[in-house]
Each structure stands twice: as C-alpha cells, then as structure tokens.
Ligand binder design. Structure first.
Ligand SMILES: *[C@@H]1O[C@H](CO)[C@@H](O)[C@H](O)[C@H]1NC(C)=O
Ligand SMILES: *[C@@H]1O[C@H](CO)[C@@H](O)[C@H](O)[C@H]1NC(C)=O
Ligand SMILES: *[C@@H]1O[C@H](CO)[C@@H](O)[C@H](O)[C@H]1NC(C)=O
Ligand SMILES: *[C@@H]1O[C@H](CO)[C@@H](O)[C@H](O)[C@H]1NC(C)=O
Ligand SMILES: *[C@@H]1O[C@H](CO)[C@@H](O)[C@H](O)[C@H]1NC(C)=O
Ligand SMILES: *[C@@H]1O[C@H](CO)[C@@H](O)[C@H](O)[C@H]1NC(C)=O
Length: 615
C-alpha cells in the first residue's frame, strides 16, 4: 500500500478528529450513541418543535416534514383543531419513533429517528438541519446516515435520511417512571431552570441526563413521565372569517416584529456567546456549507471526504491506494482515446493493465460490497484513488481483455460465439451470482445484471462487473428504481421490491440473449422476455419448432445439440416468471446449468448421441 505524505498528514488529522469525537461523550456533532442491546429501543417519543414563518406555520407542512398526521401533533400539543393556524414560535410536540441504528463501524450505533426528506432547490444538509429541523440534527450526522450522497451535489427530488436526535429511556429510568426523553433544542435565550419548570422536572434531572455543559442549539433530552400541557393561544373566533384573518395577520405581524427585535438582541448576544462557548462546534461549522476548516493553515477538507475516508479506512489494507498522477499518466490525462465504455478508462501502471472507473460519488457503496466479495466470476477490485482536488473517486479494477458479452452477441465486430462458449458463460455468471446471493453476509443483490455487465477474459470465461447499483441486505423496498430496461424484474418496477429473485430474472434475460442472439429490448421497444410466452406450450415437437425459430441462426449446424438448447431455454423461462416466488433460486439454476453443461461436453467430446435428459 502506498500513501503519499499529504495523505499521511490527513490520516493523522482524521485520527485526531476521531479521537476527539470519541473522548467526548456528549454533545456530539454526529449524534448520540446507543447500545443496540438496550431493550427499550425502539420507542415512541416526542420532539419539541416551534412553528416558524414562512414555511412551517401550519400543521400540514410540519406533519409532512415529520411524516405524521396533523392529529398526531394536535393531541399531544393541546391544540383543539387540526385546521388551527399557528403563530410563529408556537410550541408543539411532534411524535417520532426512536431507534438505535448501527450506522458504520467508525461511528457505532446512533440513536435517531430516520426521517426521509425530499430535496428541494437550494437545500443543503446544513440548511435543512438548522432551518427545517431546527437543529434537532446536524449536517455531520446527516452525512453519516447518507454515506452515498454527495453533500455538494444533491439532486432535487432525491431522498435523504435526516436522523432526528432522540433517546429512549434506559431500563433504570423506565423503572423510575420516565416514559419519554423529549428532544429539546436548547435556545440561546433559554434558562435551564425555566425549561425545567416548563416540563415539570427538576434542573438536576436535566443535568444528570445531559451533563452540566449545555450549549445553545444543543439537543438535550428531558426526562418526563408524561408530556407537560402546553399553553396554547385561544383559537380565533370563526364569527367573521375576513375580519379574523385580518386580525390574525395583524397579530402575526406584531408578533413577527416583536420577534425580530428579540432576535436582533439575541443575535448580538449569540455573537458574544459564540466566542466564549462551543469552540468545537465553531471549528466544524461549515464555511460555504460543506467545508470543514481545520485549525491549521492550508488544511481545508470537504466534509464528504472525511466521510468517505471514514468508510473506506476499513479496507485500506486490502487495496492499493493509487495516486492521481499515476492514473493521469496511465490514461493520458483521462484522454477519450482511453475510454472503454461509459466512464471506464483503460490504463497501464507499472506494466499492469487496469480498468479505471471514475465514480460519481457512489463509490462507497461499491467499495463496501466489493470488499466483501471475492470470487473468480466477479471482476476483481485492485485499488482506488481519491483526487485531492475535487474529491472525485476512482476505482481501479483488473482489466478484462475481451470486453463485454453484449458486444460479442450484438455487435458483429467480434465474430460469433459458439454454443459451447455460450453455455460456459452462462455457468460462470450463474456461479458468480450464486456466490453473492448465498455466500456473502448480508446477501448482496447486484440489481443490474445484463450482457453489458458481463465481461469475458482471454479464455472467454465470464466475470460479473459493475457493482455500482448493488445492495446488501434483501427484501428491502426502495422507491428509487434503478437498473436497465429490458432486464428489470416486473415486481421491482411495480413495487420496488429488492430481492435476489430480481437478479434471477435478469439472468433469465441474459440466457435468452445467449440462446437467441437478440437484444433484451428489440426494435420498437419489444421486450425479449415478453416474446417467450407460450414457447413451451403444447407438444414436444411444437416446443422444439418454437425454440428453433427463437434460436440464433448462427448456432445451427455448428455442433449445437438441440437437447442442451432446450434445457437452457427451460431454465430461462423459469427465471423470467412474473411471480418472483416461482422463479428458481440461483443454487437451482447453477445445478441445472452444470448438468446441461457436463452433459453437452461429455456428449460432444465423445461424439455420442445425447442420452435423454429429463426436463
Ligand atoms: C449490552 O452490550 C454491552 C456492550 O456491548 C455489554 O457491556 C452489556 O452487558 C450488554 N447488556 C446486556 C443486557 O446484554
Ligand atoms: C440552529 O443552529 C445554528 C447555529 O448552529 C443557528 O444559526 C440557527 O439559527 C439555529 N436554528 C434554529 C431554527 O434555531
Ligand atoms: C436509519 O438509517 C440508517 C442509515 O441510512 C440505517 O442504517 C438504519 O437501518 C435506519 N433505521 C431504520 C429504523 O430504518
Ligand atoms: C433563570 O431564571 C430564574 C428565575 O427567573 C433566575 O432566578 C435565575 O437566576 C436564572 N438563571 C440564569 C442562569 O439566568
Ligand atoms: C440510565 O441513564 C441515567 C441517566 O443518563 C444514568 O445515570 C444511568 O446510569 C443509566 N443506567 C443504566 C443502567 O445504563
Ligand atoms: C390547553 O391550552 C389552553 C390555552 O392555553 C389552556 O387554557 C388549557 O388549560 C390547556 N390544557 C388543556 C388540557 O386543554
């Protein structure tokens, strides 16, 4: 492993930062730790939230923000009607579900309520945390919970998890009647004894829960056995709506102006405060939103780099760290002539040839998955590189000489593949898939199996590439559909169900490509897997006739045993079943294909006619 001097400096700084984080229990910028074995998790709890102009002055938008109904806010907050308008700074209790999330090895388990937020124009992690969520989370914690999102390149409409700080009472607290630990953001103008009396608890209780050093804008947890009753303004009389509205506007304006004045005073107070308190937060407060300024001249790191390093530091030992100059030299400064496909370059470094993939910052996911897998039928990752200038990440793979299966099947420049080779490719890919489905913990779903992601080496053995979309963990539901048209399983498109069976479906489509030599999507958008409906209906003769029609014309006559093609066709049709439960598992597919393969080779090498093969 090679590390350049500036990287070493960075690592030691990172280590310092990490130790600093570790030694300080509370408050923490990345969140509050929890032990996963604590039996009181998950729990229902509340956050104290203040209505604010202009966007959060009605229950509907606050409800949307926290994914709760208006009624779920009005009841605990002592508000008579869900349609009541709110006034700025009106106090509310919003329910959340608090859980203990094991996020990364570095940060351990963090206690938080995951709230999904859809990014709008102008949003940054910092703005949404401090403005919309009123400092109930921090942008640092958001980064930890969204390792694959680039804070500087948020997509409008993209979904980000905002971890709202919360805690569940521990066993001892539960025994003494503490039912909720209400999350409360301590304000610069707050006086601890007043906060305590508002919640009906002793100052001592708050201190024993949160320590003695409470800074403005820290989230503190207030132990209560029941929620205090909030004093709420009287609902305006509905006598004359026009008048009421005008009155409301005037009241709003008056309160607004009052608050402005108060805010102005506090603004100066805060300025004074900041110099004295919260040195740590200051040090990490973002300069132009996403940068972290270290107390050292010339050290300017982007927040996401810290984050990525935290994640990849686990696997630094296993992989070579390339430096950007090496990659530039290897690819002639990322010259287009070195492009193989998409954003993958070919380059040679110290005599070795590599495929160098420029990532759009989803590198973490792919790195995390690749470090878990190691199999002859999966493309091997050799190392990676992070460009210190723009934090672009490059993954460096073994170079696979013969390109992808897609170009062998559908682009004439390579010459035809015979059936023997196609069958072996099928077995190789099936083996690779079986490995990621059965032998990794948690299971990995590739999510984008297609002939374009199957590479052929110099011996025409197949390897699966491109784990960029892969997901660990199964039977998850996702709202964000990825994958390639023509290969995507119908249940994934319809419901977003992620399971190993979606890879089985895509693999079925690849088998159909191998048999037919046609593309997964034909002219006019015709789906290849749609065209095999009814092929296996009727008599044996009709099946053979239908399969012959479907088959790649180039295969016939070239020692292609119909029996073996029929077997593969049978497997392919089972794989593209619309009902995922009725698709075979990859283990079954490997078994069936290996049988077909052995049989074919045995027969073709001995020159005997094939014995009957049960279908
Ligand atoms: C929970 O885990 C911690 C550390 O992992 C351990 O010290 C503690 O005894 C465990 N508690 C229970 C109830 O298992
Ligand atoms: C959140 O905290 C920041 C400082 O860390 C402060 O500037 C901002 O006003 C706070 N937001 C709210 C809604 O209190
Ligand atoms: C919350 O989000 C984190 C990171 O995205 C994830 O690891 C965790 O499982 C989630 N927790 C819940 C309860 O969904
Ligand atoms: C908080 O308020 C109480 C009652 O108004 C007062 O006695 C106390 O001195 C205040 N504490 C601080 C730290 O301002
Ligand atoms: C429960 O929490 C309280 C307050 O933080 C703490 O003093 C106590 O030690 C905790 N008890 C256990 C068993 O962790
Ligand atoms: C709710 O708020 C109103 C108005 O401040 C107050 O009069 C009432 O006592 C509160 N409590 C309940 C339980 O309604």
């Amino acid at each position: 492993m090679r590390i350049k001097p500036h990287q070493q400096v960075f690592f030691s700084w990172f280590l310092l930062l990490f130790l600093f984080h570790g030694s300080q229990t509370q408050p923490s910028t990345t969140g509050y730790t929890c032990t996963p074995n604590q039996t009181t998790y998950p729990c229902q709890t509340y956050v104290f939230y203040r209505a604010t102009a202009p966007n959060f002055l009605d229950l509907a938008s606050i409800g949307d923000l926290f994914h709760v109904s208006r009624l779920m806010i009005t009841q605990p907050s002592n508000i008579s009607s869900p349609s009541s308008p709110l006034i700025p700074y009106q106090s509310l209790f919003v329910p959340i579900t608090c859980s203990c999330n094991s996020v990364t090895a570095t940060f351990g388990s963090l206690s938080a309520a995951n709230l999904t937020y859809t990014i709008k124009g102008g949003d940054t992690f910092y703005l949404v945390s401090t403005r919309n969520f009123q400092n109930l989370t921090t942008y640092q914690s958001v980064e930890v919970f969204n390792p694959s999102s680039v804070p500087t390149r948020l997509k409008i409409g993209g979904e980000i998890v905002f971890p709202i700080f919360c805690k569940c009472p521990n066993e001892t607290q539960a025994k003494t009647g503490v039912n909720y630990l209400v999350s409360y953001v301590f304000q610069p103008y707050d006086n601890l004894s007043l906060v305590a009396s508002r919640f009906g608890v002793r100052t001592h209780d708050i201190n024993s829960m949160n320590g003695n050093k409470i800074h403005p804008f820290d989230t503190i947890f207030i132990p209560v056995n029941k929620l205090p009753v909030l004093p709420q303004p009287k609902a305006p009389s509905a006598a004359s709506p026009g008048n009421a509205e005008k009155k409301r506007a005037i009241v709003g304006l008056a309160i607004g102006l009052g608050i402005c004045g108060v805010l102005l005073i506090f603004f100066f107070a805060v300025l004074l405060y900041r110099d004295v308190f919260s040195k740590k937060r200051d040090m990490e407060r973002p300069e132009d939103n996403q940068k972290i300024q270290f107390n050292r001249p010339g050290m300017l790191m982007k927040g996401n780099e810290v984050n990525l390093m935290a994640d990849v530091s686990d696997c630094l030992d296993k992989y070579r760290v390339f430096n950007i100059e090496e990659l530039r030299e290897a690819t002639d400064c990322f010259n287009e002539s070195c492009l193989i496909q998409g954003s993958v370059y070919k380059g040679s470094i110290n005599g070795g040839t590599y495929a160098i993939k420029k990532m759009k910052w989803n590198a973490c996911e792919e790195l995390k998955i690749l470090q878990k897998v190691n199999h002859g039928n999966l493309v091997k990752l050799e190392g990676f590189c992070i460009d210190p200038e723009d934090t672009t990440c490059y993954l460096v793979y073994e170079f696979i000489e013969n390109g992808c299966l897609y170009s062998w099947l559908h682009q004439n420049n390579n010459g035809k593949l015979n059936w023997k080779t196609r069958l072996r490719i099928a077995v190789d890919v099936a083996n690779g898939l079986q490995y990621i489905h059965e032998h990794t913990r948690p299971k990995v779903v590739h999510k984008d199996i297609k002939s374009g992601n199957i590479l052929l080496d110099s011996n025409m053995r197949a390897k699966i590439a491109n784990f960029g979309l892969a997901k660990s963990g199964c039977n998850a539901i996702t709202m964000h559909i990825v994958g390639t048209q023509g290969y995507i399983a119908p249940e994934y498109v319809a419901e977003g169900v992620v399971s190993t069976k979606m890879d089985v479906f895509s693999f079925g489509v690849v088998l159909l490509e191998l048999v037919s030599g046609r593309e997964a999507i034909g002219e006019g958008g015709k789906l290849l897997w749609g065209s095999v409906n009814g092929v296996f209906d009727g008599s044996e003769e009709r099946k053979v006739k239908k399969v012959k029609e479907f088959m790649d014309g180039g295969l016939e006559g070239g020692g292609c045993w119909m029996e073996s093609v029929m077997n593969v066709m049978g497997i392919a049709i089972a794989c593209v079943n619309k009902d995922p439960r009725r698709r075979p598992r990859m283990v079954d597919v490997v078994y069936a294909l290996s049988m077909t393969h052995d049989l074919f080779f045995h027969v073709s090498e001995d020159g005997l006619s094939p014995p009957l093969f049960p279908r």
